[in-house]
Design a protein around this ligand. Structure first.
Ligand code: F0G
Length: 457
């Protein structure tokens, strides 16, 4: 088979700063050993997130020039609404400035204190929005999700039996809706099968509980369904996402991912009573319902991006990149989540650094070593991000200690990825020298963004 090439060429460049090891050492110390506090300029390959970091296409830039900045009922809004309708088939559409704004409005309008929201795995902002209004965010991933080294086609699936048990335990009155996140970001960017979504929907329907899809990576998930699930090999990605959303009562979306835009999001629902509540809070928090938190030009870019993400050749190339990385790293025996996820490579920091206890944050050790070695910025998805405190105030670790290298869309080329493999290999070779970290300052909620670390030992 021929090399799968980037299905685009570059007509504008942005310089990357090549830094020395001494420079990176100084920068990391000044950032209190928390890569979130580094200047982006000091990061050579920035894989902190795939969110809002993608390159827009010429079509998107051209569409931006058509932005209609009217306060109400703009042309750009019509295009945005039409694109969201085409993909989701869901009637009521509310533009938001990003995904978490959609989550916040959903949580504030629908949740009461003590309500329980099941999900395959909540993203950190989803969890925080639910907890902020007194709800309980319940993760019900399938059993395979915890076996990082064992390949399975749909490790993002929800554990349907656990969902049944949760409904029996808490009662449907306590569960105003359930969610399913495609792909399952915190569990390794792993896909959810159509069969699983269908089964989850069937269980919820028995109890009249609405299903909300966290749809950030809807197009990447659709690609996996086409590749791996029987019966979809000849479907277009658009047909797959339409079928998926037909099972949903609503969705939250961050257009910073599969919207291929640098900012934006939306909330959709079928229930007119919910829509009324969302509309009022949207006006208070985000803006008039036909622009939400967005400029007309953003609505234009998203309307184009939502469809471009469903281009099959684009998804083939994107997945080839992630698979290439995973294949090469597995050959080097580096512990990681397998098979390849949709938007990132996830290293298993607990297995990489068995000498670092979980509450000394092995993920932070690996993240900081990657930066020092090659200016690569990754992110910890482990006990710093997902750890919690029990009723007696004791810190509890997260079930997994992952390090995510998220790939911005259409940004880096093959040589960047080869460089990345060299950097990871060097960190792996010198892993015995990596020690633990402790948190010396920071907030309790969403602490990973701003806390300060100190190296131990
Ligand atoms: N849901 C999922 C599954 C996400 O991955 C994110 C964001 C959000 C919701 C919130 O969207 O950022 O637009 O407010 N994930 C980014 C990441 C930040 O790095 O994975 P947002």
């Amino acid at each position: 088979m021929r090399t799968i090439i980037e299905p685009f060429r570059i007509k504008m460049t942005e310089p990357l700063k090549i830094t020395t090891a001494e420079h990176r050492q100084r920068a990391l110390e000044a950032a209190h050993h928390n890569v979130f506090l580094l200047a982006a300029e000091d990061c050579c390959i920035d894989l902190l997130t795939d969110s809002g970091t993608g390159a827009m296409s010429a079509q998107q830039w051209a569409a931006m020039m058509l932005g209609d900045e009217s306060y109400a009922g703009s042309r750009s809004w019509k295009k945005f609404e039409a694109a969201v309708h085409e993909i989701t088939g869901i009637e009521y559409v509310f533009p938001t400035h990003q995904g978490r704004a959609a989550e916040g409005i959903l949580a504030e309008c629908i949740l009461s204190p003590g309500d329980v929201i099941p999900n395959n795995s909540h993203f950190d902002t989803t969890r925080a929005n639910i907890e902020y209004v007194g709800g309980i965010a319940l993760n019900l991933p399938c059993a395979e999700a915890f076996e990082t080294g064992v390949p399975a086609p749909f490790k993002g699936n929800m554990d349907v039996e656990a969902l049944r048990r949760a409904i029996a335990e808490h009662g449907k009155e306590k569960i105003p809706f359930a969610m399913i996140t495609v792909t399952n970001n915190t569990g390794g960017g792993q896909p959810v099968s159509m069969a699983n979504i269908r089964e989850v929907k069937a269980v919820l329907e028995e109890h009249d509980i609405p299903l909300i899809i966290d749809a950030c990576r809807y197009a990447e998930n659709a690609y996996f369904i086409r590749q791996r699930e029987a019966g979809y090999e000849n479907s277009s990605l658009l047909e797959i996402v339409q079928e998926m959303f037909s099972l949903a009562d609503g969705a939250t979306m961050s257009c910073k991912k599969d919207g291929l835009a640098n900012i934006g999001g939306f909330l959709v629902c079928r229930n007119s009573e919910w829509a009324g509540r969302f509309r009022n809070l949207l006006i208070l928090r985000e803006g008039f319902p036909t622009y939400g938190g967005l400029a007309g030009r953003d609505l234009e870019a998203i309307a184009v991006g939502l469809m471009e993400a469903l281009d099959y050749d684009y998804q083939v190339y994107r997945h080839a990149t992630v698979e290439y990385m995973v294949e090469r790293l597995v050959k080097l025996d580096i512990p990681m989540v397998q098979p390849a996820g949709g938007h990132a490579v996830f290293l298993d920091a607990r297995k990489m650094l068995p000498h670092v206890p979980q509450l000394e944050y092995p993920g932070i050790g690996v993240v900081n070593a990657l930066y020092l070695e090659g200016g690569v910025r990754a992110v910890e998805l482990g006990s710093v991000m997902f750890g919690h405190f029990d009723d007696e105030g004791r810190e509890q670790p997260s079930p997994l200690e992952l390090v995510r290298l998220a790939f911005p869309r259409r940004v880096y080329t093959q040589s960047h990825f080869d460089y990345l493999i060299e950097v990871i290999e060097e960190v792996w070779r010198n892993r015995d020298a990596i020690g633990g970290h402790r948190i010396v300052a920071g907030p309790k909620l969403l602490r990973h963004f701003t806390c300060h670390f100190e190296q131990m030992g």
